[in-house]
Design a protein around this ligand. Structure first.
Ligand SMILES: *Cc1c(COP(=O)(O)O)cnc(C)c1O
Length: 405
């Protein structure tokens, strides 16, 4: 059955998973709201210890509801296996620590999700793990810097909030070059949260591991926290061992909600992607808007790479408003956000409702001017996570708000 379902569309996989057979039982996945499992006989405990996957023991190790969602995500992402977590950060940190020990190092592109960046910069060095940040426009540095203790090359694309694009196949090529020189494998890892697998299929470009905050597009309703790691069976086994110890496992109820959300994943993200392109085009012509950053616009500096590796350009749009005599750039951005009535002024992204946030007040707060410059972030920026509302209503909402500044 699994072989057959490989050719099915994401929309079909999202609803049916791999269970494409007559199955007598509930249509919806039940919530196994249990911490532990009854053994039929004590022999079950021995079978589990010997590695029988059909015996459930304790929900920090595994849970049928969680497992059902993991299977579906692995199928949809074209990966071998997936491991679900309590949040995106739990997924990312466990994915990295599963293969990295004291003395090792990681190479990462520098424009990352704030939490990941700060964890790599501030926490990993405490464990004697060094992170070399490379500029995504100079991926050749990966091949140059990698040494015998490099375990992971980590990238994220599109980036937050400037929606810069990292050339995935180029990052893989440079890693392969280093591998050849060193004679050993380096794991390539990508945070695919912004694009999602509907718009970007990293495995196709030779990436080894995908991490994703399922809190965002996969969940899609601003009501759960979750994260996922997808990769080869052998590697995911290591990740699951560490998940067991660190305890960042997914809660069965959150997993149930995520499984439910996945059924409309394709519908939602397709609509968000369509809405984002229309809104980006309209705002690009608006006289109160300095710049629109959207990888789907020919004016975007990395539009060509985006076209090469993305099948859709995603639902994230960043605009920079024009300052006026009355308002400084950040005041103008705040005024717009405070005037919007449909779009919600809140952090996070990927949900059915349109969300807006000001990067210098949220993801990039407390960063020095030099860091902001390096990340391409300016005070007048508003990051828009476009939802699935009627596009005419969204356009009217932004026109009304921009008229205020
Ligand atoms: C939100 C986010 C994360 C962290 O996910 P949580 O679910 O909030 O822990 C990681 N990477 C990216 C790109 C994100 O947007």
């Amino acid at each position: 059955m699994k072989k057959n379902s490989k050719q099915l569309s994401i929309a079909t996989q999202a609803i049916h998973g791999s269970k494409l057979y007559a199955f007598k039982g509930p249509v919806a996945t039940p919530i196994y709201q249990t911490s532990t499992y009854r053994f039929e006989t004590s022999e079950d405990a021995v079978r589990y210890a010997k590695g029988d996957p059909s015996v459930y023991v304790y929900s920090r190790y595994h849970n049928p509801t969680v497992h059902d969602v993991e299977e579906k995500i692995a199928l949809m992402e074209h990966g071998e296996t997936a491991a679900l977590f309590s949040s995106g950060m739990a997924a990312i940190t466990t994915a990295i620590l599963a293969v990295t020990k004291s003395g090792d190092n990681i190479i990462s592109t520098s424009a990352l999700y704030g939490g990941t960046y700060r964890w790599m910069r501030d926490e990993l060095p405490k464990q004697n793990i060094t992170v070399h940040f490379v500029d995504a426009q100079h991926l050749e540095d990966i091949a140059r810097i990698a040494d015998k203790r490099t375990t992971i090359v980590y990238i994220e694309t599109p980036t937050n909030p400037t929606l810069s694009i990292v050339d995935i196949s180029e990052a893989v090529r440079c890693t392969k070059k280093a591998e050849k020189r060193l004679g050993r494998h380096i794991l390539t890892m990508i945070d695919n949260t912004f694009a999602t697998f509907l718009n970007q299929d990293p495995f196709q470009f030779g990436v080894d591991v995908i991490t994703e905050s399922a809190t965002k597009y996969l969940g899609g309703h601003s009501d759960i926290l979750s994260g996922v790691v997808i990769g080869k069976e052998e590697y995911i086994k290591q990740v699951c061992t560490l998940r067991k110890y660190h305890g960042g496992c997914a809660d069965p109820f959150a997993a149930y909600l995520l499984g439910r959300s996945l059924k409309t994943f394709e519908l939602r993200v397709r609509k968000q992607t369509e809405n984002a392109l229309v809104l980006a085009r309209v705002l690009e012509k608006h006289k109160k808007v300095n710049r629109v950053l959207y990888p789907g616009l020919p004016s975007h500096p990395h539009h060509k790479i985006a076209k090469k590796q993305m099948t859709g350009f995603g639902g994230m749009v960043t605009i920079e408003v024009k300052p006026s005599k009355r308002y400084s750039p950040v005041e103008a951005a705040a005024k717009v956000c405070d005037t919007l009535t449909i779009a919600v002024n809140a952090m996070s992204l990927g949900s059915v409702e349109t969300l807006v946030s000001i990067p210098v007040y949220s993801s990039h707060v407390f960063m020095s001017d030099e860091e902001l410059r390096r990340h391409g972030v300016t005070a007048g920026m508003i990051r828009i996570s476009v939802g699935v509302e009627g596009i005419e209503d969204l356009i009217a909402d932004f026109e009304k708000a921009l008229a205020v500044i």
